[in-house]
Design a binder for this molecule. Structure first.
Ligand code: SPD
Length: 277
């Protein structure tokens, strides 16, 4: 048991800190250091290589946005693929839709799933849904063997694109996603902070536009991530952009139809950033 210990995440010239009460899980996996800590004010938090992934207090902003945004843009989505997302938060949100028949989660690091199931039940509860199939595999390798036109919605819920996750913003990766997506399907990826991670946003936008006929971007809030304003990028083979889904997910803390419109609105600083490509 620790007392008055802090954990800090430094990103460029800024640091975010959390006061920690206890270390619940700390193991080096084949890919990264996986930690789950009990914080004083933000519930349990998961860090991967010291980088904040989830805290129980504000994870709803991120997971509700990344799951409900694409689901709002596809009518009757039945088959959904989640790449990354080993903490289970995105799957939990998807499991709210009765129309979905199958959710496949492809996570490279089995330890993230194991630690989340054990210590983050509030986030990982969606794994219990019988429609969820878990594959512990590299997302790029999974996509190489996926048949064309397989998924209505594909969600890339990855870490920052560094090290083994660098592939997640590459053109080749987006080409594989395009192949796996149905003609009216929608792809969404988290794309970093337009305030703190400008280059990551710009590269994601550039490569998506090289591959897909139709791209769009949205923003949301993730108070625990560097920059706090977060970005999400959407891509499709067909024109999209209107709210289509009639099934509004229940028990959301953030998401609703008005929030959808607000997050799809285009703040000038963000449009300018992406036009600098
Ligand atoms: N800088 C942290 C970016 C992490 C994005 N993914 C978080 C995964 C939550 N399911």
């Amino acid at each position: 048991m620790l007392s008055s210990t802090w954990t800090f995440e430094q990103y460029k010239g800024a640091i975010i800190g959390y006061k920690i009460k206890d270390i619940l899980f700390k193991e080096e996996s084949d890919y990264q250091l996986v930690e789950i800590l009990e914080s004083e004010d933000y519930g349990k938090i998961m860090l991967l290589d010291g980088c904040m992934m989830v805290n129980e207090k504000d994870e709803f902003f991120y997971h509700e946005t990344i799951a409900h945004m694409p689901m709002s843009l596809v009518q009757n989505a039945e088959k959904v693929l989640v790449l990354g997302g080993g903490d289970g938060g995105t799957v939990r949100e998807l499991a709210k839709y009765s129309q979905i028949k199958e959710i496949i989660l492809v996570e490279i690091d089995g330890k993230v799933i194991e630690a989340s199931k054990k210590h983050l039940p509030q986030t990982a509860c969606g794994f219990d849904d019988p429609r969820v199939k878990i594959c512990v595999q590299d997302a790029n390798e999974f996509l190489k063997t996926t048949s064309a036109n397989s998924f209505d919605v594909i969600i890339c819920d990855g870490s920052d694109p560094v090290g083994f996750a660098e592939i997640l913003i590459q053109k080749n990766f987006y080409e594989l996603i395009k192949k796996a997506l149905k003609s009216n399907g929608v792809f969404i990826t988290q794309s970093g902070s337009p305030l703190a991670q400008e280059e990551e946003c710009k590269k994601t936008w550039k490569n998506l536009n090289l591959v897909f006929e139709h791209c769009n971007f949205a923003w949301s809030l993730v108070p625990c991530y560097p920059g706090a304003v977060w970005s999400f990028m959407l891509a499709s083979k067909q024109d999209f952009g209107k709210y289509l889904n009639t099934e509004l997910p229940k028990n959301c803390k953030f998401w609703n139809k008005e929030i959808f419109q607000a997050l799809m609105s285009k703040p000038a600083f963000f449009t300018k950033l992406l036009s600098e490509n």
